[in-house]
Design a protein. Sequence first.
Length: 400
Amino acid sequence: MEAYIYDAIRTVRGKGNRKGAMVAITPTELATQTLVHLKEKHHLDTTLVDDVILGCVGQVMDQAANIAKTVAQQSKYGDHLCGVTLNRFCGSGLESINQAAAYIKSGYRDLIIAGGVESMSRVKMGSDGGGMFIDPAVAIPGHIVPQGISADLIASKYGYSRNDVDQFAYESQMRASKAEKDQRFKSRISVKDINGISVLNNDENVRPSTTIEGLAKLNPSFAMMGAMAGFDAVAIDRYPEVEEINHVHHAGNSSAIVDGAAITLVGNKEMGQKMGLKPRFKIKAASIHGTDPTIMLTGIGPASLKALKQAGMIPTDIDLYEINEAFAGVVIKAMDDIGIDHSIVNVNGGAIALGHPLGATGCMLTGTLMDELERRNLNTGLITLCIGGGMGIATIIERV
């Protein structure tokens, strides 16, 4: 049995701080607006939907107590609708789609809403704590370091210069600016307040005025942390071939902290016929791959190659790639590992420009890729993200 994606919807992305346009919008409301839009857009018979699977990383405060079920209830799809919230860190939004596909393929479910939500202005990154980061019995033997140190370790080990990562970041901003100007984000909806008034219509973090010269003036974000807290020494102890950590990443070439939500409608063929909807894409393959937790962010390449092998494909069979821009050096390393050119990667910019709402990003990338493949009349795409703790995730979709 095949698993099809019938539609994808995402909110705009607002800056994830107290000055962001969406700070007053709860994460429940963010995700609920995507479900309501889906229902109204397709005049959806909501009794057909079995479950809601949402990725969410910071499952505390506004995002606690199974936000997926809260959203299912708030969306007024009906009391029958269940919800489950999952956390595979940055891969959560894509993991939700992969789990939905597995349910559909197994025959255990017929129609699922899968996606993710993260309000980083309301629930700060790291608010949920966790043994991996705060328990010395776990962190010390695991050589656990913050992700920014891992990104700088990748740049140091594989020879990516400050100019390399700044050039990549500049290109992300330029591509996102052009995509915005050309109105390419077809799956995107504005976010409204309690009175139905729009509070944000565009992705708030895109900076078309970005220059290479401006990026070059920004101070490295993780140099002091690496030296004063001793994380550089921890990384070098694990990778003694690296004599010194070259701190090249900063706020301008790392993913922006933002709020946002996204969903996909995943189902079997019979459900499409009942809804009167034609499937847009088929989920062809999905994979995960673990990596060393110190360097942490190198799982994209192995996970992508594993998915390609699963699908009986090679990298050149993929028309377009969406690789989450957690840090510029991470994507450069991923492109080297897979053996692909930047010309087919993140063609409408990525998280450096648009932002990375943790639990929602993987689903957002899926919708962006679907829109662009259709716009260019292409067929196959691969979505992939690095994941904290040392993991990677990848999914291949094929146009129907």
